[in-house]
Design a protein around this ligand. Structure first.
Ligand code: TQI
Ligand code: ZN
Ligand code: ZN
Length: 168
């Protein structure tokens, strides 16, 4: 079953059209940006929320960036595997990914080293946190707190949809 953060933080009802921006220091490819656009659309499909990329990193509601190790918020990344990413509940709107991971962007192809992580799968999960969802006890849910390396899990489960629809 889904859960929320303590105090049930969420984006207020006057803020239904939200913006996100990428840290300009990362210089991300169009493919990576497309992965996030896709991941956001999986949530907007089931809510009154819309998500638009903004070119202004400083004024965007949600800020996305890739960082290694300590990066200024006291929650440091730890190199390959372990913590992959983290996101802060509304209204903070930060989504950080560990740049030391081997991120798969797009199709999962061939056999890797066993440490590859599918970027969209992690993005969909972290966006759930950005919107106010905690973890779920339902194994098929996007918000279940485990994912295998190389695994692609991007479809919202009924449990995720019920959780987000209770919030918005
Ligand atoms: N990062 C954790 C996560 O996003 C950070 C975290 C731990 C957290 N406890 C939390 C965030 C409580 C909010 C509330 O869950 S992670 C997964 C999953 C991680 C884990 O790097 O361990 C995914 C990132 F669910 F698969 F285990 C993405 Cl998809
Ligand atoms: Zn961080
Ligand atoms: Zn999580």
């Amino acid at each position: 079953h889904y859960s929320f953060f303590p105090g049930r933080p969420r984006w207020p009802s006057r803020r239904r059209d939200l913006t996100y921006a990428f840290d300009p220091r990362n210089q991300l490819s169009a493919d990576v940006k497309r992965v996030f656009a896709n991941a956001f659309s999986r949530w907007s499909e089931w809510t009154p929320l819309t998500f638009t990329e903004s070119g202004n990193y400083f004024t965007a509601d949600m800020k996305i960036g890739f960082y290694a190790g300590e990066h200024g918020d006291g929650e440091e990344f730890d190199g390959v595997l372990g913590t992959l990413a983290h996101a802060f509940a509304p209204p903070r709107g930060l989504l950080h990914l560990d740049s030391d991971e081997t991120w798969i962007v797009g199709e999962i192809s061939g056999s890797g080293t066993g440490a590859e992580m599918d970027l969209e799968s992690v993005a969909v999960h972290e966006i759930g946190h950005l919107l106010g969802l905690g973890h779920s006890s339902v194994e098929n849910a996007i918000m279940f707190p485990t994912i295998a390396s190389g695994m692609r899990k991007v479809e919202l489960d009924r449990d995720d949809v019920e959780g987000i629809q209770e919030l918005y």
